[in-house]
Design a protein around this ligand. Structure first.
Ligand code: NAD
Length: 270
């Protein structure tokens, strides 16, 4: 038996791993970039908001690891291929891809325009596919890789007035499973993290209103909205060697919200 203790970075195996994080300029992507950097990973921060990506990359570098910022619209194949080439040149072949770049556009399906539909699908679904393809090529050269897609509890729970969002997230879950079986034999794992309600730029407007966070938080067994760092912790697990045999799963991180259905039932007896 080995009696030596391990550092967190030895435990996770993430030191010097090359991680590409889309949507890394804000919210869950930024929290994930920093969590991976704290464990010694080198991080490429990819976002269409270059200033946001640069701010995250500066925080990554301050942790003593390599950090690069890349401006990229993940729904553009040319942008994604250029971003993947930049990552390889700056840091080496990608070991970990985190697909987090996403958009939420409120709409009802009744009168949603095709343009709005296509915009959400092109970022939330096609962008994830394009990034998986581009970075997956690099993973195949080393015979190892972990892809983590940020889906949502909306992937399994329809959400009123959310337009194509929930539909795109359901498709992300299947994209991930499909990759898990197609690329597993090549040493590449694919899993999703499904966050529940989380404080980020995407939800600031909704939760920032007086009383809104308390109202929503009260519907959650843990009685609060989640923080991006709590989603990042689940991503770190799926990126790390500690999940080496985990492939094709959806990991829900929602404070128990989606297990709460029966407690919402009005009580008629007892
Ligand atoms: P956020 O708005 O803080 O961050 C999203 C980032 O994606 C931004 O930096 C934005 O510039 C970037 N982005 C958007 N479109 C892009 C594109 N075409 N190309 C490149 N970058 C692009 O939001 P967040 O909450 O951190 O969202 C991250 C992921 O988590 C999303 O996929 C979102 O759907 C998912 N999610 C969020 C919540 C929540 O409650 N916040 C819940 C479930 C799932």
């Amino acid at each position: 038996m080995n009696n030596t203790t391990l550092s967190a970075s030895e435990h996770t195996g993430l030191a010097s791993r090359v991680c590409a994080i889309t949507g890394g300029g804000s919210g869950i992507g930024r929290a994930t970039a920093l969590a991976l950097a704290r464990l010694g990973a080198d991080v490429a921060v990819i976002d269409r908001d270059l200033a946001g990506a640069q701010a995250t990359a500066a925080q990554v570098q301050a942790l003593g690891v390599k950090g690069v910022a890349i401006g990229c619209d993940t729904s553009s194949e040319a942008d994604v291929n250029a971003a993947a080439a930049s990552v390889q040149e700056a840091l080496g072949p990608c070991d970990v891809l985190v697909n987090a770049a996403g958009v939420l556009k409120a709409a009802s399906l009744e009168d949603m325009s095709l343009q709005e539909w296509n915009r959400v699908i092109s970022v939330n679904l096609t962008g994830y596919f394009l990034c998986a393809q581009a970075f997956g090529r690099q993973m195949r050269t080393t015979g190892r890789g972990a892809i983590i897609h940020i889906a949502s509890i909306a992937a399994t729970h329809p959400t009123g007035h959310s337009g194509a969002y929930a539909i795109s997230k359901a498709a992300v879950s299947m994209l991930s499973r499909q990759l898990a079986i197609e690329w597993g034999p090549q040493g590449i794992r694919s899993n999703t993290v499904c966050p529940g309600m989380t404080w980020t730029g995407m939800t600031q407007e909704a939760y920032g209103r007086p009383g809104a966070a308390e109202l929503r938080g009260n519907a959650i067994p843990l009685r609060r909205i989640g923080q991006p760092e709590e989603i990042a912790d689940a991503v770190v697990y799926l990126a790390s060697d500690r999940s080496a045999y985990v492939n094709g799963v959806d990991l829900t991180v929602d404070g128990g919200f989606t297990r709460n259905l029966m407690s919402l039932m009005p009580r008629t007896a007892l």
